[in-house]
Every structure is written in C-alpha cells, then in structure tokens.
Design a protein around this ligand. Structure first.
Ligand code: BDP
Length: 647
C-alpha cells in the first residue's frame, strides 16, 4: 500500500509493479459500458431450464443437449436470469439439487453486428455458480471454474456462420463443490440401504450460507471494435492540492494505435489529458474521493475517457471507453487505517448477496434498498463476506463513498486437504480474477483472501504466506488481510497480513447466555492479538441471533433484547480500544440470510440487524445511534444531515 511515511520512489516502484502485474493477467475484464463505439444487449429475463436429474447427472452431456433446442430433448421450465434457481419452484429436489442444470436462450442479434466484420461480439456472464460451460449454436465457447466472478468469450465468428438463425446460447452450470473449489465442499455417498434410499448423497460444506446456484448475475452480449481498449489500470495519489492519476491502457487487436486520454470532472470539464498509453495525469485543485460521512461531498468521481484510434488488417477503428476514477490514497500504520492520510474508522456491516425468492440473484431494487439502509444507519463500510459481490454494487460504493473490504470466496477452508497445491493454485487464480476486476474501484481499500480458514494447521503458513505475497504483488497499493477466528498464538498467517481481522462471538458460541463475560473476554482478545502482532485490528464479526418479534427481559438468547445487549457490551469495549489500535467494527450481519437446515438455524441465520425482508430489529436502532455518533466524532457530516438524524 502507499504509506505516507515512504518516499515517492516507493510509489513509483509500486506502480511499476502494479502495471507489471496487470500485464501478467492475460486480458482485461473491464465492465461492459455503452459508448459511441460499444453496444450492450442484456439477456436478463426468462430462459429455458432443465435440471439433469439422471443418477450420474451426465445425461445432458451423453445426449448433447447443447446441440439442439433444449425443449427438443425433454421438458423445460421458465427460469429467470439472473436468479438462483433453488427457491423459484415448489420442488424440494430443485431447491436442494446438486449437479448440472441447463439454461438456454435464443437471441436476435442486430444485423449491423453481423455485417460489420470490424465488430467484435462478446458474451459475458456476470457470474454463475459454480462451474459453467457455455455454447453458442452448439459450439463450446468457454468454461469457467468458480462463482462470483465474471467470464466472457468472443462469439462474433459463430454468430456470423449462419446469420439467418437466431443465436442460441446454452449454459450448463454445476454447483458441486470439492476440496479444491472455493469455497470447498465434498460429496458424501451413503450406501446403508437400511437407513437411506438408494443413491443417497449429501454435499458437505464448511460455511454458513446456503449454496445457492444458477446464473446469478446478468448475461450480456456486447460489442467492441476489433481493435479495442482491453484494459485500463489506474492508481491514484495526491500531494497538497494536486491529484495524480497514474494510468496504463492496454490495447488488443491493433497493428497501429494512438490513444487520447481525457480526465473530466463531475461537470464534464477536462482537467487533464494525454496522448500516451501510460503516464500520469495531474489534477490541480483536486477533489479527492472521500468515504461517506467523512466529508461533505463523499464519493467524488472523475471520468477518464480513453479514445483509441487504431488500425489493423481489416480497417481503422475508434474505440471509446469511459472509466469512473476516484482519487484517493490508502495506507496503514501499526495503529491506524488512513484514507487520504487521515484516520478512518470502519463502522459498518458484513453482508451477503441473499434475499427471498432470488437467492443470490442480482436485483436492483434490493441493492438500492440496501444502500438506503446503510446510509440510514450511518454505516460507512462493508466487507463482501464471503465472496466478491456484483461489480454494480462496487460502482454504487464508489458513487456513495461506502468503503469496501473486498473478500474472495476463500471461506470454509477447514479440511487439511484444502491446503494442498491444487487448492492453492486455484486460490491464486481467483485472486488474479478478483484483482483484475476490482483494481480500479476507489471504494475497495483492502483485499481479504479468506474467512476463518483453519489457520492454525501447519500447512496454513506456507499457504497464506504465498497467497498474501501473491496478492501484494498483484496490487501493491492496497493492504491485504484474512479474517481469523483462530487462537492468536497459533494463527499461522497473521505475521503476513497488514491488518488483523478477528471474528468472535462471546456469550453466544462461547459461554452462551452469559452476557457478563463480554467485557473481559473481548478485552483479553484485543490485548492478546495486539500484544503479539502490533498491527491494527478490525472486529470483523460479532453479534447474536435474534428471531424478530421474540422478546424477553431479562434478555435471553434469540430475543431482540439479547442481541441488543450483546452489541452494547461489545461497543463499550470497542470505545476503549478504538483510542488505541482498533480501526473498525463490522456487525454480523446486516440482514438475516439463508443457510442449510440444521439444529442451530431457524430458517436461516438470524444475526441480521434487519430481517431478510429488510425490516429493522431493535439492534438496528442501536447501531444507527452509534454509527451517527461515531461519524459525528470522527468525520465531517454532510451539511444536509444533523445528528441525531433521520434520512
Ligand atoms: C462466523 C462466520 C459466518 C457465520 C457466523 C455465524 O464467519 O459466516 O455466519 O460465524 O455463525 O464464524 O453466525
């Protein structure tokens, strides 16, 4: 990360390393945006769907379902995209299905995309869980290992083969988890026919959320010219009143190319420009990007327009791509987290992508509602527990100044076999994909490479050392962490992280019902971790389940009162420690969410301060009161708010 203590040369080296790292990733993953040279066609809506319920789940491949229309090889049902398929029907075998499901959609492609050979047509899947294979008109175009991150393939030549036919897109998705997937899981077959029906098996998972599956984010077709802006990397900093945007533009498909880069302010006025593919744009009287409640106008974004004039064997092209850019710095000391060289205290939440009916499906009304709730309660940050969220959510964070700890899907790494090379290599690949997608978001201030791994196991040291060093090499400008609930003295990865993140549930999983232990145990926790590592600490999870509407006084577990007291008792300790080295507190959880069925879960995890339908429990008001007070103390509230405030 950029540290204010370090001289300029360090920054230059960092930038060089970041741009080198960007080169190591074979291609870019710019968010598809319309421009004068690019079109986007969204394929959200109804797709045809069939789950392959054959005993080995392989019938679709044996019978090549991708070769013809899905409805010609068997019955299909309507399936909305994006959405998890699990909660869409009344069929319990589909809710709990494990194996391949098949989606299909026919698309009419604009004639100009076909006739213009200078147009590149790309299919992009925002995310599908977990393993996906994509065919266009029966020809496989790509496959992808992992949910939560986008993947794409060029399909122009296939579409052009028979322009009289609509373009048929088939996507097969498999939610089976193995010890090498992220998150890991395992399939257990049980053959005891006296107790279980023939062919019975279960998927064991080591994480606490429902393994929703399907096409979770929008599928798009988009165009670029055949010579195009493939990637942009920006790293920002500032000195006094002058901002600096260090940038690099990567171009594909051109034999000759010239680039014009223009940085515009919010009103569209040019503040800096260049004709080099990489360099530094200097912004006089810079408007820095500030977090929500730390400044009167948080989330200030410039627009960086990249205009490429290029030629290749076929023709001359102009490509235009505009990237929002927030100018800010991030650094850590042994006791502080600094944004723009000022101490930043995370008062925020952990979330899930989770809601009724949609499961993990992308949904704008839900996203906007969640941002309104975050702002209502005065939250300035969240962690993307326990996997990368949709990029559209990060764009909202950029615009609203909500600070993000960007977590990869490394959750539930509990089995010692998940520390082997195959798992590590996949984990490294996932970090590559995550950094490639999210590196330009001002809101993203830290990478989290895992949540609660078995970091006390001997192989964890090599595993996390490698993973954290790799992530720092990919992006030397941001701190790296993972979230621990291991014992401070046995945690193998802690020496390598920049910030210690700890989850703990005193008076819940430990000493249930004994609220009186919280002050002592939480205090001991902080003193132990800081004493050993001298690194800033975030309480990355704490909380208690509350079934909405369940009350008792004196408080008993699972009531709204108990949840309230747990929070208040923790806050008292946080208030002491934030004067020293505690740099944040993130409640578990923003909202109730679905889990597998089990004796500790009453239709899901109820640690939300909002219900799954986003109605506040008593705890939400406790947090609201606290977060606005913290903001009042530590930041500069926007003029349109007054404490105590109701937005
Ligand atoms: C934490 C996990 C989180 C769980 C939470 C809980 O990180 O995923 O949902 O416990 O049990 O340890 O509520």
């Amino acid at each position: 990360m950029l540290s204010p203590e370090r001289p300029g040369q360090f920054r230059v080296l960092c930038l060089f390393a970041l741009f080198e790292a960007a080169c190591l990733l074979d291609t870019g993953m710019l968010f598809p945006r319309e421009s004068s040279s690019r079109e986007v066609k969204e394929l959200s809506g109804l797709w045809s769907f069939r789950a392959d319920k054959s005993p080995d789940r392989n019938l679709g491949f044996d019978k090549a379902w991708y070769k013809s229309r899905l409805r010609e090889t068997g019955p299909v049902i309507d399936m909305p995209v994006p959405a998890s398929y699990n909660d869409i029907t009344q069929d319990p075998t589909l809710r709990d299905f494990i194996g391949w499901v098949w989606y299909e959609r026919e698309v009419v492609v604009p004639a100009r995309w076909i006739t213009d050979e200078g147009t590149r047509v790309v299919i992009r899947v925002g995310s599908a869980h977990y393993y996906s294979i994509v065919w266009v008109n029966g020809v496989k175009v790509t496959e992808h290992n992992g949910g939560h991150l986008p993947f794409e393939a060029e399909v122009g030549s296939l579409i052009r083969k028979d322009p009289t036919q609509p373009c048929r897109i088939t996507i097969a998705v498999n939610n089976t988890l193995t010890l090498e997937t992220l998150p890991p899981g395992s399939i257990q077959h049980i053959d005891d026919i006296t107790k279980y029906p023939k062919g019975f098996f279960v998927q064991n998972i080591y994480f606490d959320f429902f393994n929703y599956a399907g096409i979770h984010r929008p599928v798009l077709l988009y165009t670029t010219p055949t010579a195009y802006v493939d990637d942009i990397t920006v790293v920002t900093d500032f000195l006094d009143n002058t901002g600096r945007v260090n940038y690099k533009v990567s171009v594909q498909g051109a034999t000759t190319a010239t680039v014009k880069v223009t940085l515009m302010d919010k009103d569209g006025h040019c503040v800096a420009s260049s004709t080099e593919p990489f360099g530094v744009l200097k912004v006089v009287d810079v408007n820095l990007w500030w977090p929500y409640l730390m400044h009167e106008s948080p989330g200030y974004l410039y627009s960086m327009e990249v205009r490429l004039m290029a030629a290749n064997e076929r023709s001359t092209h102009e490509d235009v791509y505009t990237l929002p850019v927030g100018i800010r710095t991030v650094s850590v000391t042994s006791t502080q987290f600094l944004i723009n060289k000022k101490p930043f205290y995370f008062h925020g939440v952990n979330k899930h992508e989770d809601s009724d009916i949609r499961g993990k499906g992308f949904d704008w009304p839900l996203i906007v509602k969640d941002f309104n709730l975050l702002k209502w309660m005065g939250a300035n940050s969240f962690r993307t527990s326990h996997y990368p969220y949709a990029e559209e959510i990060l764009q909202m964070c950029d615009r609203h100044g909500i600070v993000v700890i960007d977590e990869c899907p490394g959750v539930g790494i509990k089995d010692i076999r998940s520390f082997r090379n195959a798992s590590l290599n996949h984990h490294l690949d996932v970090m590559d994909e995550l950094v490639r997608r999210d590196k330009n978001h001002a809101s993203v201030v830290m990478w989290s490479v895992a949540n609660e791994p078995a970091s006390e196991m001997p192989p964890a040291e090599f595993y996390f050392k490698t993973l954290i060093q790799h992530t720092k090499a990919l992006d030397p400008t941001r701190p790296v962490t993972y979230v621990s609930n291991s014992h401070y003295a046995r945690d193998k990865g802690a020496p390598y992280v920049d910030v210690i993140c700890i989850n703990s549930y005193f008076s819940w999983y430990h000493d249930p019902g004994h609220l009186e232990v919280i002050p002592l145990q939480l205090n001991t926790q902080f003193e132990n971790w800081y004493g050993k590592y001298q690194k800033p600490i975030i309480q990355s999870e704490y909380g208690a389940d509350a079934v909405p509407g369940l009350h008792s006084d004196p408080p008993m577990m699972f009531t709204e009162e108990y949840q309230k007291v747990v929070l208040q008792s923790c806050h008292n300790v946080f208030d002491q420690k934030r004067k020293q080295y505690l740099i944040g507190e993130l409640i578990w959880n923003f909202a109730d969410f679905m889990t597998v069925q089990g004796i500790t879960r009453v239709v899901g995890n109820k640690k939300g301060v909002f219900t799954r339908q986003r109605q506040p429990k008593a705890a939400a008001f406790i947090l609201k009161e606290r977060y606005w007070r913290l903001a009042n103390e530590t930041g500069r509230l926007p003029p349109w708010t007054k404490y105590p405030c109701s937005l």
